[in-house]
Design a protein around this ligand. Structure first.
Ligand SMILES: Cc1ncc(C[n+]2csc(CCOP(=O)(O)OP(=O)(O)O)c2C)c(N)n1
Length: 383
């Protein structure tokens, strides 16, 4: 049984095909402003997506030229991030995985927060100790992620339950890939959230692959949103490359949570247009035809077309936007590259209030060895 969300108030400007929520009509000549959104809101969302695309473009260049070791991009998934971020309030919480850093920028984190993490320098908020693409930022309630797929979902539900106990008017947005819906913690999190009616929204980012594994080999269900029914959680399937549909579904789901009606499961259908990470080569497991087919549904192009239909997009606007954003990306990443890396001995900090003897000995040995073999002789450093 599909307990799909009823999006009554959007009738007339949403179309459902195969139970997929879509708003943008690619072939329409004109469009009307969606309810509750101004022209400025739509432009802001588009600009947010361009920021993510430009950041990814910059990350890739830095990685290919050897200036950073590794990167994770989210090309093709910009509407997922910006559409769901745009409907949140500043006090709400985000429990992301590694492909939602665009939400950070949209919620006002300075670009140096991202750039410093990219280089893992001394000013990186994770102190250079996290995996790359595991961003964190207290001011925007963007919570650090553990690489163990799915584990953050239970933390998200815990935060939502805490807010419920305290009577705080906040919701929690959390994200999981199609592969991640097979994790143990997906089950634990949805079980608790359903029973406790926690104010949390689970977004399944169905980008069709878990590294090289296509979604149909991941799960035999026809669609992943049907998983909600097993936990008594209403669910909806949305065109994740249609930023207006993503925004509307997210807004409705957050509103349900705020009204005390509990969690919602939102499956966002999209495509990971790039590799899984800079260590992956997708041409080994998927065809060019498939990639071309999805690229034709690019979320930025679709939003641009919608803006054209509304009469709020021009070539001059586009050129100026890209120029100014690309300039910023270069400026912030070049600045982050100039900041020192954390010194080796900081790896012993922050875990124990008082360092146990065994670790103190190891740290002292490291410091002694390092002074014997200074850093400019890095090649000879015995570690
Ligand atoms: C428990 C666990 N198993 C395996 C991995 C290795 N791993 C890292 S990312 C990933 C794929 C996740 O795919 P998906 O959830 O679909 O997200 P996507 O990367 O496609 O956005 C895997 C298997 C891991 N980090 N944790």
């Amino acid at each position: 049984m599909d307990r799909g969300l009823t999006l009554d108030k959007h009738k007339g400007n949403t179309s459902m095909s195969d139970n997929l929520l879509q708003v943008i009509q690619d072939n329409a000549k004109t469009a009307k402003l969606p309810p509750g959104l101004s022209e400025a809101d739509i432009k802001r969302m588009y600009e947010g997506m361009v920021m993510v695309r430009a950041y990814d473009e910059r990350q890739k260049k830095l990685q290919r030229s050897g200036r950073i070791g590794f990167c994770v991009t989210s090309t093709g998934e910009e509407a997922v991030q910006i559409g769901t971020a745009a409907a949140l309030e500043p006090a709400d919480w985000i429990y992301p995985y590694y492909r939602q850093y665009g939400m950070l920028m949209y919620r006002g984190a300075s670009l140096d927060v991202l750039a410093n993490h990219l280089f893992g320098n001394t000013t990186d908020l994770a102190k250079g100790r996290q995996m790359p693409a595991h961003y964190t930022h207290k001011e925007t309630n963007f919570v650090s992620f553990s690489s163990v797929i799915g584990t953050h979902l239970t933390h998200a539900v815990g935060t939502a339950m805490a807010a419920q106990y305290k009577g705080d008017d906040v919701v929690v947005a959390t994200y999981i890939g199609d592969g991640g819906t097979s994790s143990n913690d997906f089950h634990a999190a949805l079980t608790f959230a359903g029973v406790r009616k926690a104010p949390v929204v689970f977004f399944i980012v169905n980008n069709q692959y878990a590294i090289s594994l296509p979604v149909e080999k991941q799960c035999a269900a026809e669609s992943l949103h049907t998983k909600g029914a097993g936990y008594g959680i209403p669910a909806i399937r949305v065109d994740g490359n249609d930023i207006i549909a993503v925004y509307q579904a997210a807004q409705e789901a957050y509103a349900r949570a705020r009204r005390g009606e509990g969690p919602t499961l939102v499956e966002l259908l999209t495509y990971r247009a790039g590799p899984h990470s800079s260590s992956d080569d997708p041409s080994r497991y998927r065809s060019q035809e498939e990639m071309d087919e999805w690229n034709a549904k690019d979320p930025l192009e679709r939003c641009k077309r919608f803006m054209q239909q509304l009469g709020i997009w021009t070539e001059a606007y586009e050129t100026q936007l890209w120029e100014s954003i690309r300039e910023k990306m270069v400026e912030f990443t070049n600045a982050a590259e100039k900041i020192d890396e954390p010194s080796w001995e900081t790896m012993f900090d922050d875990v124990y209030a008082e360092l146990p003897d065994a670790l103190r000995r190891q740290r002292d040995e490291l410091i002694a060895t390092e002074s014997e073999f200074p850093r400019d002789n890095e090649g000879e450093f015995p570690l």
